[in-house]
Design a protein around this ligand. Structure first.
Ligand code: COA
Ligand code: MG
Length: 293
């Protein structure tokens, strides 16, 4: 079980670290979290400058209102170490690591973070699962003590599997479900991959809802116009909130009568349903608090 508390992560926006305009805009776009990117959205010749832009952005953006994570270059590169040491003074809320195939890939990064922290609160790692090996090793990766979240890289995964990226993602279903299972077994959060077609709002909404049904906590997004779709889909609907409130009340009334189970609208309610309802109400409350802050 992760030692880190889970923030609200309905929409997680990638922002290229080389794009100063996007970095300046990002905090005002309504996303729950940002992935300030040094990896695939940044050209090789722009990587060094991007580190500086990200450090500046981390210092500007209040971590109390927005979760800020930095995606470093992969552990297979000679860039990741300087990525981490340069941005670390900006106190990122997590370091996102791309292309994690095996839990051992995280060992050197964990050692570097230990050194940089010097006994201060540990910085969590978000591990990206975007290869067949990563999927197969997802539980061991998620169970690493530093890992607080898995992030799906569905484009890279699709390429590695040699499958066509359809909006319905039938060819990724098993991998997606495997990763959700791994994250839940390890007690960490899990965020779905991106939807690439910025012109297809209906497709984006449908894929967000699919992510909700599969059990993800939120979705990574690439553009401001995708934030609302993710926030809406991963926020419990008004009817679900109302039912959860009635469910908790009905079960409490049953407990007051000394009973452990009851019926609501003809359906059996047990303690587990109350826990589910309470989780939903907690999510709704945190999302509402974010909207009004
Ligand atoms: N974060 C913050 N702001 C963003 C943004 C993002 N990811 N994407 C676009 N914006 C801003 C633009 O800077 C622009 O600002 P402006 O109105 O002040 O000029 C505005 O939103 C509208 O952008 P638009 O013109 O529609 O898109 P674009 O052509 O500038 O950018 C992309 C399109 C896809 C290149 C851009 O959205 C992007 O870089 N997304 C992230 C990609 C990424 O990180 N991929 C890696 C993980 S898959
Ligand atoms: Mg990727």
């Amino acid at each position: 079980m992760s030692e880190f508390s889970s923030p609200l992560l309905r929409s997680v926006l990638y922002v290229p670290g080389s794009n100063t305009k996007a970095l300046a805009k990002a905090p005002g776009l309504g996303a729950d979290a940002l992935i300030l990117d040094l990896e695939d959205s940044v050209a090789p010749e722009a990587k060094v400058a991007a580190r500086g832009h990200i450090l500046e952005a981390l210092r500007q953006i209040d971590h109390q209102t927005l979760f800020r994570t930095v995606r470093i270059n992969g552990m297979q590169t000679d860039l990741w170490r300087d990525d981490v040491t340069t941005v670390f003074p900006g106190l990122p809320d997590a370091i996102t690591v791309p292309k994690v195939d095996h839990v051992d890939d995280l060992a050197e990064l964990a050692r570097l973070l230990d050194q940089l922290e010097g006994g201060q609160a540990p910085c969590p790692i978000w591990a990206m699962i975007e290869s067949p090996l990563g999927v197969l090793n997802a539980f061991a990766i998620a169970a690493h003590p530093r890992v607080s979240c898995l992030v799906l890289g569905t484009s890279d995964l699709g390429e590695a599997l040699g499958v066509e990226a359809t909006p319905e993602r039938e060819s990724l279903q098993y991998a997606l479900q495997h990763c959700v299972l791994a994250a839940r077994a390890a007690g960490v959060a899990i965020i779905d991959g991106v939807f690439l077609n910025l012109k297809d709002a209906d497709g984006m909404t449908a894929q967000c809802r699919q992510g909700v049904r599969l059990g993800f906590d939120g979705k990574t997004v690439i553009h401001p116009n995708q934030v609302v779709a993710a926030n809406t889909a991963f926020m419990p609907a008004a009817a679900a909130i109302e039912r959860a409130q009635r469910l908790v009340a009905a079960w409490q009334a049953a407990r007051d009568r000394g009973e452990e189970i009851c019926l609501l609208d003809g359906r059996l309610i047990e303690r587990l349903h109350v826990r589910q309802a309470q989780r939903l109400l907690d999510l709704a409350q945190r999302a509402a608090a974010r909207q009004t802050s």
